[in-house]
Design a protein around this ligand. Structure first.
Ligand code: 13P
Ligand code: SF4
Length: 375
């Protein structure tokens, strides 16, 4: 028998009460189950059966809203597996996401990544609505330098080309000659035909690039709070604990960590390596979600998973993606004059010949002196 309130009106069901107190607790209906069962296959290594119905209902609601709004979700490799494999439309590293933003014919782009990635999407597709589910999803590299800093550096080093890493604000990109990502940094630096290049703001990427080229590199004191923490002791401990393990690092880590590893590259280069390596056991020494996401494609590799969480990437959740789509929040705006300058530097990078595969960093490299500019 249905329960009644004191005045005889029908009482809410337990499900209705729960949903009123938690708007993300959507019903797990037959329709949701039919639309999402195939997605569970991709994430069952990290999502328990107990958690799945609630996630599945949100995933279905997000995918329905995307279709209604002609929206796409650009998902960075560091998104949790439920986002990456169940609601992401276009997935990849910073370079791939920038290319996809420029090429997409969606009206709305939801950036499942950090703020500089959303800005890059807006710079390349200013006519589209670009949303980021959490405005606080920043990056320690992007916040280490401002456009004003770059203007001062240019005044102090007239005529020296300035390359800025894509992990910077649009303001900073607007001040530089060319943008780069970790998939193409050496190619970008060498394309400028200068014996000296200023590469901002990641001191570790700069040292890693310098070790792969004859171009003299100057840099800035920025760093990635995730990758700077890995050490050569970590690499040795992993080798001791897991004999035969292959160790993969990112060029935002210190040069000696790259030298101690077996392979280094951008997140796309890591995924590419995993697909083609034939390795049995590996460590992706990077943000935690990377191995979870790559493991779906290469189940034959046993991934050892030490990791450092990126607190910025982890601000993006299924819940705030759902809110971004239903409330059209939070829209990313970039001033028209900044768009013009930033677009020129990003486009100059995209116009370089596209390599067959993302570039890697050879661990058997020699350290070169890199000066940090102070202005
Ligand atoms: P990728 O370009 O390698 O995806 O790197 C982006 C990033 O933020 C790594 O920390
Ligand atoms: Fe920035 Fe590092 Fe987080 Fe990437 S992992 S977004 S570089 S803080």
């Amino acid at each position: 028998m249905d329960r009644l309130n004191w005045d005889g009106t029908p009482a809410s069901t337990d499900a209705e009460t729960a949903q009123a107190s938690n708007p993300y607790l959507l019903p797990y209906t037959d329709e949701v189950k039919a639309a999402t069962d195939h997605l569970y296959e991709r994430v069952k290594h990290v999502v328990t059966p107990m958690e799945w119905p609630q996630k599945a209902a949100l995933i279905h609601a997000i995918n329905t809203l995307k279709a209604e709004k002609n929206a796409v979700i650009l998902a960075h490799n560091y998104m949790t597996a439920d986002i990456f494999h169940c609601v992401g439309d276009l997935m990849g590293d910073s370079l791939a996401l920038a290319r996809m933003a420029a090429e997409s014919d969606a009206d709305v782009i939801v950036q499942a990544g950090v703020h500089f990635m959303a800005e890059t999407a807006k710079v390349l597709a200013p006519e589209k609505t670009v949303l980021i589910p959490d405005m606080e999803a920043g990056c320690s590299l992007a916040s280490s330098i401002t456009g004003e800093d770059v203007r001062r550096i240019k005044a102090a080093y007239p005529g020296v080309p300035v390359v800025t890493y894509v992990n910077t604000s649009a303001d900073v990109k607007a001040e530089c000659d060319m943008c780069c990502t970790s998939s193409n940094a050496v190619q970008v630096v060498e394309s400028l035909n200068s014996d000296t290049v200023i590469l901002l703001p990641d001191q570790y990427l700069a040292k890693n690039v310098a070790a792969q080229t004859d171009v003299k590199i100057l840099t800035w004191a920025g760093s990635c709070e995730v990758h700077e923490q890995f050490t050569t002791e970590d690499v040795q401990d992993l080798r001791d604990a897991h004999p035969g393990v292959v160790i993969i690092t990112h060029p935002e880590s210190p040069l000696e960590v790259v030298q101690a590893a077996d392979f280094a590259g951008s997140t796309a280069a890591m995924a590419d390596w995993a697909r083609n390596s034939g390795a049995k056991k590996a460590v992706l020494l990077t943000e935690c979600s990377m191995s979870d996401n790559v493991a779906v494609e290469v189940p034959e590799i046993e991934f050892i998973r030490p990791c450092n969480l990126c607190p910025h990437m982890k601000k993006i959740t299924l819940e705030n993606i759902y809110d971004a789509l239903r409330f059209d929040q939070h829209e990313v705006h970039v001033d028209a004059d900044v768009i013009e300058g930033a677009r020129a530097s990003v486009q100059a990078m995209l116009d370089l010949p596209k390599p067959a595969a993302p570039a890697s960093f050879d661990p058997a490299c020699q350290e070169k002196p890199v000066d940090i500019v102070t202005v």
